[in-house]
Design a protein around this ligand. Structure first.
Ligand code: SF4
Length: 475
């Protein structure tokens, strides 16, 4: 939960009033949010952590409002966001349903799933695994995607879904697409990672009509960097898709992979101003390159020094500029660390073969939806494999959960930032690699040493800073 309901009710009710009243409502909502998060601090986490949660939460409101005023978000869509995403997903962690789940299973359910229904993609980006442009590439039957969503909707109380790929707008089975999925589950909100090149005026119109989808559109930087990796002319097609969405009042965001090569761009104010002010995005997700998948390359990761600069930039964005930016992994503080392994409030990842993974960036699985369904089991059963249980135990020991003092959440990732723990304490022998490269990574001594060395170097930069600033400890 990232705030109390009264605060959001007040804000969303006032959104259409004249600017003076509306701004006063925004300020008072902010104040309530501050009191809730920082002064009352029901989580009992250190105040410095709660302050960052406050800035991230209020940056969402500012970013929505900014684009609502520009008419890039329609009233209808904003209302749907409030009903599905805010009330349904963010504000419902204390729901009786979830407490029932806890009573039965001993943990609260995850808050969402990421589902990749198809591996097919219409682009051929350098280094990407999803190279097949055939609509018949590996994919989940539509009735299985429906069954999965029905389960997490009814049993876990989920109202938020992330769709990834492949290119989600390429997905088609039995004549049905992801738009049919969003129509069927109309009280759920869908965040769809897309290259956007298939979002023409018609698709943008349909998305607006449904009102429960936001596309997170991939770029690599500006036009030059994007076309270099994604193909000549792709950036212009992206701009066209964004125009189509703005015209229909659909909020969209940006998704960008941070590497050693574009980290300088990502550490500069200009980049954020360009996309938030000139282009009109509502949010930006930065995923620092994780060396998994085809042709993984440890040397492409942002360096420890670049990463710390990006942390400062992220803080500046949410605190001073009110831009809703999340940087994975620098923003792990606001989610109380790693959210994988079906943690309470966290998520699981299911791919086009039905494999159930702890996270998009942990390419190993123990269970598969087809096998589970064949044996009259459910996805809930997958939460209790030793692999997932080990992950959750590690998260708790690393500071997640009531009354726990967090370890260094500037390095929250169970695999990328704590690779030796991942290998020694989390992954189990029965976990299968997702692909050849994931298998290779497990056997490659250089990979192991490179990952551990990276972790040690970043710990050296951040450990004292973490202890001093967030835990108030002096050496
Ligand atoms: S494993 Fe890493 S990438 Fe996945 S949720 Fe945890 S912190 Fe994020």
């Amino acid at each position: 939960m990232i705030g109390n309901k009264a605060m959001y009710d007040q804000f969303f009710k006032a959104i259409d009033l004249n600017k003076t009243i509306r701004n006063a409502a925004l300020k008072s909502a902010e104040k309530a949010f501050w009191v809730w998060n920082v002064e009352k601090n029901i989580t009992n986490k250190p105040k410095e952590i709660q302050k960052l949660k406050f800035y991230e939460g209020s940056s969402i409101l500012y970013s929505l409002l900014r684009n609502y005023d520009r008419k890039y978000i329609s009233k209808k869509v904003l209302k749907r966001i409030y009903e599905t995403l805010y009330k349904g997903a963010f504000l419902s962690s204390g729901d009786p349903d979830k407490n029932d789940f806890k009573e039965k299973y001993g943990i609260k359910p995850p808050n969402f799933i990421t589902l990749s229904p198809s591996k097919a993609c219409n682009l051929h980006c350098k280094g990407c695994y999803a190279s097949s442009s055939s609509a018949n590439a590996e994919k989940l039957p539509f009735d299985v995607t429906e069954k999965i969503l029905r389960e997490v909707h009814d049993d876990w109380g989920n109202r938020f879904v992330v769709i990834s790929g492949g290119e989600p707008f390429m997905y088609k089975d039995s004549g049905k697409t992801i738009l049919d999925l969003a129509e069927k589950f109309d009280d759920m909100f869908f965040l769809v990672y897309t290259n956007s090149t298939l979002i023409n005026e018609e698709i943008a119109g349909k998305i607006a009509e449904l009102g429960n989808i936001t596309p997170a559109i991939s770029v690599e930087g500006y036009e030059k960097e994007t076309d270099e990796r994604r193909g000549k002319g792709v950036y212009k097609r992206i701009m066209q898709a964004m125009d189509n969405l703005k015209k229909e009042g659909v909020p969209f965001g940006l998704s960008i992979t941070g590497t050693k090569n574009n980290a300088d761009i990502l550490s500069n104010d200009d980049f954020y101003e360009y996309y938030f002010e000139k282009i009109g995005i509502t949010y930006m997700w930065i995923f620092q390159y994780m060396p998994i998948g085809r042709g993984f390359d440890i040397n492409l990761m942002v360096t420890p020094e670049q990463r710390f600069k990006m942390f400062n930039m992220w803080e500046k964005c949410i605190k001073e500029k009110h831009y809703f930016v999340a940087d994975f992994w620098n923003s792990g503080i606001v989610s109380d660390g790693c959210i994988a392994y079906g943690r309470s409030g966290g998520y699981v990842y299911i791919d086009w073969n039905g494999n159930i993974m702890p996270c998009v960036f942990v390419p190993y699985h123990r269970d598969n939806v087809f096998d589970l369904y064949k044996n009259n089991k459910t996805i809930t059963d997958a939460l209790f494999s030793d692999f997932f249980k080990n992950g959750r135990k590690w998260q708790e020991e690393y500071g997640f959960g009531e009354g726990k003092t967090p370890h260094n959440w500037l390095m929250p990732c169970s695999i990328r930032d704590n690779y030796s723990d991942f290998r020694k304490r989390i992954i189990t022998k029965d976990a299968l690699p997702e692909d050849e490269m994931a298998e290779k990574a497990m056997k490659d001594k250089e990979y192991y040493e490179g990952m551990v060395d990276y972790d040690n170097r970043y710990r050296e930069i951040t450990e004292d800073y973490w202890n001093k600033r967030f835990l108030g400890k002096t050496k």
